[in-house]
Design a protein around this ligand. Structure first.
Ligand code: GAR
Length: 285
């Protein structure tokens, strides 16, 4: 049972223990404060007393757990937890999906996705994750008032892959749009079939480590290919090997250069990626 909760909350065992302690101490504090309040009112212990007691502790409980969560360093978790609880009770935000876009380049695809989804009632681009402080995508995030997270290599690969941060932001889908680091197994496990990537070639051709951006287009031209294209696919533990979701192609002629192929590919990406993202996210379980 504990393992199931831990996986649901996507937290480490240490954080899980602190969360359970917060629940326990917050609950005890709430019970104690409720009794003290009712004793102060000098109520008799009859049926009415118990009804008032239950109403009192229901009101006190969120404040008590939030209070206890501060010294235990779990305030962010409980703030989100209570917010989700309130949303469930009021039906607000029901079924909403929150996307994190991972990008480390200019961010033209991220911009298209943000624009495409800005009026979508059910999907929100909630976070831009980036590993380069100078990347253009950070300006796009700023212009659109989207929160950003600058990630650091050691924590991404040898730490918790920022799963806790994504969890506290309620992220339930990840879109890689020009993100060049390999996605660690822990993150794939935390988001099964919920991470998709766009690759600027017709996979399985021109994929794998080192095959990205202009390197792909240079190889396509050097090999005299007559077509290239884009592949949108789920991410697994190997570079560019996850299940394909969508492909689109364009002709490559002898007159083409890597730069002209890049322009054709970018046109295909801008034409299709945001629509495919929307479809996949909406239908994801
Ligand atoms: C896109 O062409 C995308 O396909 C490519 O990076 C570019 C990002 O452009 N991704 C890869 O090569 C991943 N292997 P953008 O920053 O303008 O969206």
């Amino acid at each position: 049972m504990f393992k199931k909760w831990k996986e649901k909350w996507k937290v480490s065992w240490l954080q899980f223990t602190l969360i359970i302690c917060t629940f326990a101490c917050g609950g005890s504090l709430c019970g104690f404060a409720g009794k003290k309040l009712l004793a102060f009112r000098l109520l008799e212990k009859n049926a009415l007393y118990f009804i008032i007691y239950i109403i009192t502790i229901s009101i006190l409980w969120p404040f008590c757990v939030l209070l206890i969560s501060i010294p235990l360093g779990q305030f962010a978790f409980f703030k989100n937890y209570l917010q989700r609880m309130a949303n469930t009770m009021t039906g607000k935000g029901k079924g909403n999906k929150y996307i994190a876009i991972f990008a480390s380049g200019a961010g033209s695809n991220a911009a298209k996705i943000i624009e495409h989804l800005q009026n979508n009632q059910h999907i929100q681009v909630a976070l831009i994750v980036c590993n380069k402080p100078q990347a253009g995508v950070l300006n796009i995030a700023k212009a659109n008032n989207i929160e950003t997270l600058l990630i650091e290599k050691d924590q991404f690969f040898r730490g918790d892959a920022y799963i806790n941060v994504l969890n506290t932001k309620n992220i339930n889908f990840i879109v890689l749009a020009g993100f060049l680091w390999k996605v660690p197994a822990a993150l794939i496990k935390a988001y099964p079939n919920k991470i998709i990537n766009i690759h600027p070639a017709l996979l399985p051709k021109y994929g794998g480590k080192g095959m990205y951006g202009h390197f792909v287009h240079e190889a396509v031209v050097a090999n005299g290919e007559t077509e290239s294209g884009i592949t949108i696919h789920y991410v697994n533990e190997n570079f560019d090997e996850g299940k394909h979701i969508f492909q689109a192609s364009c002709a490559v002629s002898k007159a083409d250069t890597p730069a002209t192929v890049a322009a054709k590919i970018q046109q295909l990406e801008h034409q299709h990626f945001s629509r495919v993202v929307e479809e996949v996210v909406l239908t994801a379980k």
